[in-house]
Design a protein around this ligand. Structure first.
Ligand code: NAD
Length: 310
């Protein structure tokens, strides 16, 4: 496993991070015992960053991750989130995020997390995030309940706006840097580099779309993008290679991102995704994939409050 410093923090995170949302049955029902084995297997292979949220499966992912990490907390860099608690349930108030973290700590069976992130900030009033939520996270940091603080979201514009107003240790962006979309690179990376903010790239498979089975029904992308992913899959199939492996390797090659978070719930997925760490020259294959998806690349959706779209 390779590791990279997360910005200016002391967290040396694995290039491949464990996204725990599938443990909350967000994509499809999963077997909790296999989920625990997948967590242990990933840990044994050197994966040390585990990312979760109370939102995933409405607390189920945190519960299951807490069970899986029992006795192994010290070997893990544990990241969770606050502020989002359901599809339409948000509470970015100081009291809300403090209470939210207490509940997360109980479910995760620990008394601190390594990274506490405000979840999906584009759904909030950015004035509140800047003047109330993040100061509350700073306070929780001083209390030792989290080692570092961060923000997450889909809207690159909102991540930039908030990070420019309040210093944060890390930013997590999702579905904005993978085979289908790369605008994180121009919109976020220069700012993160300049300010040495840790950058986590989530959803390298475009939330399940860049797999053999394709995306879940709730996926927000346009039908044309789904169709493009099927053409990419056909190219990979013709070459006898796995689309998720190629898609993940594309993300892992990023030079600034500290960790790429992929959602996993089985040992088989962990093994498949670890294979993406191998040095393989995919250049020609990626050019071939890009040729069949080019007209549907960089198509984004809207998320959150209208004033935060972007
Ligand atoms: P992803 O792109 O990682 O795709 C996950 C899906 O792909 C799941 O259905 C999983 O079972 C499947 N999968 C994984 N490996 C596979 C393989 N080798 N073969 C076939 N299928 C495979 O999407 P994600 O889970 O949304 O993103 C990863 C993680 O990033 C999340 O679990 C979460 O921790 C984090 N995240 C955070 C935010 C946020 O903070 N706003 C948003 C999205 C994701």
């Amino acid at each position: 496993m390779r590791y990279r410093k997360l910005g200016l923090t002391e967290l040396n995170v694995s290039l491949l991070g464990f996204g725990a949302s599938p443990l909350g049955d967000v994509f499809s029902p999963t077997d909790p015992e296999e989920g625990t084995r997948a967590v242990h297997h990933a840990l044994d292979q050197g994966v040390n960053l585990f990312d979760v949220s109370p939102y995933y499966g409405v607390t189920l992912a945190e519960e299951r991750l807490g069970v899986a990490l029992a006795g192994r907390r010290d070997s893990v860099i544990l990241a969770t989130k606050c502020g989002r608690y359901g599809v339409d349930l948000f509470d970015f108030s100081a009291r809300g995020v403090a209470g939210g973290l207490e509940d997360s700590l109980r479910r995760l069976r620990t008394d601190y997390v390594d990274l506490l992130q405000v979840h999906d900030i584009e759904f909030g009033d950015t004035e509140q995030i800047i003047h109330e939520t993040l100061p509350a996270l700073k306070h929780l940091q001083k209390q030792g309940k989290t080692r570092y603080i961060g923000i997450t979201g889909y809207s690159l514009k909102t991540l930039l706006h908030v990070a420019a107003a309040v210093p944060v240790d890390a930013m997590l962006s999702y579905c904005r840097y993978n085979l289908l979309v790369t605008d994180m690179d121009e919109a976020l990376v220069p700012f993160a580099r300049q300010h040495e903010i840790g950058l986590i790239n989530a959803s390298p498979l475009h939330m399940g779309m860049l797999t053999e089975n394709g995306a879940p029904e709730w996926h927000p992308a346009e039908p044309a993008v789904h169709a493009a992913s099927r053409r990419a899959e056909a190219v990979c199939r013709a070459h006898g290679v796995s689309l998720p492996e190629v898609a993940l390797r594309f993300c892992l090659a990023h030079l600034y991102v500290s960790s790429t978070l992929v959602g996993m719930a089985t040992r088989q997925q962990v093994d498949e995704n670890l294979r993406a760490l191998k040095d393989v020259d995919d250049e020609e294959l990626i050019a071939e994939i890009q040729a069949v998806i080019v007209r549907d690349q960089n198509v984004v959706w809207t998320s959150g409050r209208e004033e935060n779209y972007g």
